[in-house]
Design a protein around this ligand. Structure first.
Ligand code: HEC
Length: 115
C-alpha cells in the first residue's frame, strides 16, 4: 500500500512538473517576466534583470556564485569588452549589493531553477 501511494505521487509529479517548481510566488512575482520572478527577491533584482537580460539570458547570471570582487570585475568586463553602458555609481552599488548577496558564494536563499 505504501509503495502504491509513493508510486502515485511519483506519477503525479512526473506528469505535472508545473506543480513541483516554485510553489510560492508572491503577487508581485506573478506580474513579472518569468525570468525576473525566477531571480532571488531583493532590492536590485529589477534593475539587474533589465540591465543584464538586455544581452543574454539571466541564467548566465543566476548560475554564478561569485564574491563581490568577482562581480565587480565582471561588471567592468561587461562594460569594457562587451559594450555594456557604463553604470553610474548608484546603480553599480545597487547591482553589486544585489548580485553579491543573491548570487554570492554562500547564498542559501537560492531558488531551484528547473527551466
Ligand atoms: C552589452 C551586452 C551585455 C550586457 C548589458 C551584459 N552582458 Fe554579460 N555578457 C555579455 C556577453 C556578450 C557575454 C558572453 C561573452 C562570451 O562568453 O563570449 C556575457 C557573459 C556574461 C557572464 C558569463 C561570464 C563567463 O565567465 O563566461 C556573466 C556572469 C555575465 N555576462 C553577467 C552579466 C551581468 C551580471 C550583467 C548585468 C549587470 C550583464 N552580464 C550584462 C554581454 C553583456
Amino acid at each position: 500500500m505504501k509503495l502504491l501511494i509513493i508510486g502515485l505521487w511519483a506519477c503525479f509529479f512526473a506528469a505535472a512538473p508545473a506543480f513541483s517548481q516554485e510553489p510560492q510566488k508572491t503577487d508581485d512575482e506573478m506580474d513579472m517576466p518569468p525570468d525576473m520572478a525566477a531571480m532571488v527577491a531583493g532590492e536590485g533584482r529589477e534593475t539587474s534583470y533589465y540591465l543584464c537580460s538586455g544581452c543574454h539570458s539571466t541564467k548566465l547570471v543566476t548560475q554564478q556564485r561569485l564574491s563581490r570582487d568577482r562581480w565587480a570585475y565582471l561588471l567592468d568586463w561587461m562594460t569594457k569588452e562587451q559594450g555594456m553602458a557604463e553604470l553610474d555609481a548608484e546603480s553599480r552599488t545597487i547591482i553589486l549589493d544585489y548580485l553579491s548577496t543573491a548570487y554570492g558564494p554562500s547564498n542559501t536563499q537560492r531558488k531551484t531553477q528547473r527551466r
